[in-house]
Design a protein. Structure first.
Length: 231
C-alpha cells in the first residue's frame, strides 16, 4: 500500500533483458535504507519487488525483475541508464498518511501529454488518457500517481496542478510533451464505485457518477430504515 507521495528520485543504473524477465537496477538514497530482498518499492508508481540490494557508497543499488507485461504496460519501458524515476516506500501502519490509498498496480498509461502552461507559482499539465483512466477522475480532490491535484477533466484529457516543490523533487522535471506517465486511481474510490454498481441493478453509466453515488449515500443515510425511524 502506498500514498502517492514521492520520497525521492532514483537513477536508473542498468537495464538488462533476460530470458525470464527484464532486470532493472536503480540507485536509491533514503528509500533504500532498511530495504531487503523481497521488500517492495514503488518505482514511477509501479510496485516492484527488490530481488537484490547492494551498497554503493552512501547509496544502495536495488535490482528489480520485471515481467514483460509490467514492462509493456508502464512507462518504465521508456527509461534508460541515467533516467530519473520516482521512488516511494510502502506505507507503514504507524506512518504519516498524507496522500491517497494506492497499491502500485497501474490502471493505465497516459501516452501523450499535450502541453504545459505556467500560472504564477504553479504549472498546469494537460494529458491525454483513455476513458478507463478518466472514469475515476473528478475535478478537485482526485489525484494521480504522485498525488497531484486534478484541475479539470475533459472527454479525452485532464489537467493537473503542480507546485514548484513537487516539480523539483520528482521525475516530472524530465518529462516532455509525448512522454508516457503511469496512472492509478484511489483504491477507496474504486471500492465505493464497485459496491454501488453491485447493489444498483441499473446498468447505465449515470448511476456510477460521483454526484449520483453521493445522492444515494445521502438518501440511505437519512432514510427511516437507516436512522431507526428518525429523520
Amino acid at each position: 500500500m502506498f500514498t502517492g507521495l514521492v520520497e525521492e528520485t532514483g537513477i536508473v543504473e542498468r537495464i538488462k533483458p533476460t530470458a525470464k524477465s527484464i532486470e532493472l537496477t536503480v540507485r536509491t538514497g533514503v528509500t533504500g535504507r532498511g530495504l531487503k530482498a523481497g521488500g517492495s518499492l514503488a518505482v514511477n508508481g509501479c510496485c516492484l519487488t527488490a530481488v537484490k540490494v547492494s551498497p554503493r557508497g552512501k547509496n544502495k543499488l536495488v535490482r528489480f525483475d520485471l515481467l514483460r507485461e509490467t514492462w509493456k504496460r508502464t512507462n518504465l519501458q521508456f527509461t534508460e541508464p541515467g533516467s530519473l524515476v520516482d521512488l516511494e516506500r510502502p506505507l507503514r501502519a504507524s506512518g504519516e498518511f498524507g496522500g491517497h490509498f494506492v497499491t502500485g498496480h497501474i490502471d493505465a498509461s497516459a501516452n501523450h501529454p499535450l502541453g504545459t502552461c505556467r500560472t504564477g507559482s504553479r504549472a498546469g499539465h494537460r494529458r491525454a488518457a483513455g476513458s478507463d483512466a478518466l472514469h475515476h477522475l473528478q475535478r478537485v480532490g482526485r489525484r494521480g500517481r504522485i498525488s497531484l491535484t486534478v484541475a479539470d477533466v475533459q472527454k479525452k484529457s485532464f489537467r493537473i496542478w503542480i507546485i514548484p516543490h513537487t516539480y523539483e523533487i520528482t521525475a516530472l522535471q524530465e518529462r516532455k510533451v509525448g512522454d508516457a506517465v503511469n496512472l492509478e486511481a484511489d483504491l477507496l474510490g474504486k471500492y465505493v464505485e464497485k459496491f454501488f454498481a453491485a447493489r444498483n441493478p441499473r446498468r447505465d453509466s449515470d448511476c456510477h457518477r460521483p454526484s449520483v453515488i453521493l445522492q444515494e449515500i445521502t438518501h440511505r443515510r437519512l432514510s427511516p430504515r437507516w436512522c431507526g425511524g428518525a429523520v
